[in-house]
Design a binder for this molecule. Structure first.
Ligand code: FES
Length: 384
């Protein structure tokens, strides 16, 4: 069996031909070179990097030499050269920083020793490292000296599994986005109406699941997309890195479990709840898969909204929600939201709560919304 090495990141592939794309850095087949049995493509391949005086001015820099990305570091009078392509998803190591002699990837923080290429102790992975020498004030690198990259066994995240609808009745997930003091919970009009809708969905034979964002601990999106589209991954980079982050429950419900998603929000200063936006920003990774690799995670699913507030702006809030959920692949039923406000001049919120509690009209509104969603979901799933 022939062996091929990615000249960009050092990934090695066995087969008659190079892979269509490097699974680590995405390099094309033309970036692969045949590897001789000895583990190198031949003898030494020394290339001049530049003058020591100039190169030693930066603690870490990204260079491209002979078609390879190199992270060149200089610290305590010693140069180090490792592959500039992170083993995770190809982040540019040379654009990161050096911490305790480790190069820190600027995308998600993976670390590799700047001299040996080894990952942190206990992680059996390494990026290729290169031999260096200084002659007459110039630095040289031996491109043939790179040992193959070592990949630690990396089990797939459960959310990375294939997406397929598990047979069963229509499933409705309710997501309550209201914020409240857990020790002293109060009556929430949006949460209450969501529960009415879910109870009605259950009466209609659907399975239901309620997720209160207020009960979950989850981090805010850290803007990986702003570093590079490829840095925003599915599953979400935070979900993969941080086992304590609980937004995986929302991803699981939206992408895998539910046929219908009902999102309930209060209106806060003319917008949806802050937790709604915190959740939605973390869904950048769902939308990004569509623009990046034409991978659609949400198919044949229905979304609808319950919006309540003491004052106005229902249509603007609904407009934002419909746009976002439409853009990640959800279908909207006819009349896709149920809403309640009492208008700009209503400041007597204690009466607002009573009005919602006693409003049969509002209950019928959210029940009818649940019915419309289940009707559409039945068609989309082929169950009705
Ligand atoms: S690409 Fe380097 S840590 Fe993710």
């Amino acid at each position: 069996m022939k062996k091929w090495r990615c000249k960009v990141c050092g990934y090695e592939h066995e087969g008659d031909a190079p892979p269509e794309e490097c699974p680590v850095c995405g390099a094309l087949p033309s970036e692969f070179e045949a590897v001789a049995d000895s583990g190198t493509a031949g003898g030494a391949d020394w290339r001049k990097v530049g003058s020591v005086a100039e190169l030693s001015k930066a603690e870490l820099q990204s260079l491209e030499i002979g078609g390879r990305k190199i992270a060149l570091s200089f610290r305590n009078g010693q140069f180090g050269a490792v592959s500039g392509c992170c083993l995770h998803v190809g982040g540019p190591l040379g654009e990161g920083c050096v911490r305790d002699d480790y190069v820190v990837c600027p995308w998600h923080g993976w670390m590799f020793h700047r001299l040996t290429g080894e990952a942190r102790p206990g992680i059996p992975a390494a990026v290729p490292r290169y031999e260096l020498k200084v002659e007459s004030g110039d630095l040289f690198i031996d491109l043939a000296s790179a040992a193959p990259a070592k990949h630690a066994p990396h089990p797939k995240h459960p959310l990375a599994r294939e997406i397929a609808r598990v047979p069963g009745p229509i499933r409705v997930a309710g997501i309550s986005t209201t914020v409240m003091d857990k020790a002293e919970p109060r009556y929430s009009t949006s949460d209450a109406m969501l529960n009415v809708a879910l109870a009605h969905a259950a009466e209609l034979g659907a399975e239901t699941r309620l997720i209160r964002l207020n009960d979950l601990k989850f981090r805010a999106c850290e803007g990986y997309y702003s570093k590079s589209a490829a840095a925003c991954t599915w599953p979400c980079s935070i979900t993969q890195m941080d086992a304590a982050d609980e937004l995986d429950r929302v991803y699981e419900a939206l992408v895998f479990w539910a046929d219908v998603v009902l999102i309930a929000t209060p209106i806060r200063w003319g917008n949806a709840s802050v937790l709604y936006y915190k959740m939605v920003e973390r869904m950048n990774c769902i939308q990004n898969q569509i623009s990046l690799s034409d991978k659609i995670l949400i198919r044949n699913k229905t979304a609808a909204f319950i919006i309540t507030g003491g004052q106005d702006n229902v249509q603007a809030v609904a407009g934002q929600m419909m746009t976002f959920f439409g853009l990640i692949g959800f279908h909207l039923p006819p009349f896709p939201f149920a809403a309640h406000t009492r208008g700009w001049t209503a400041e007597d919120m204690e009466n607002n709560i009573a009005a919602v509690k006693n409003s049969d009209e509002l209950k019928h509104q959210v029940q009818a919304l649940a019915e419309r969603c289940i009707g559409l979901a039945g068609k989309l799933t082929g169950l009705q």
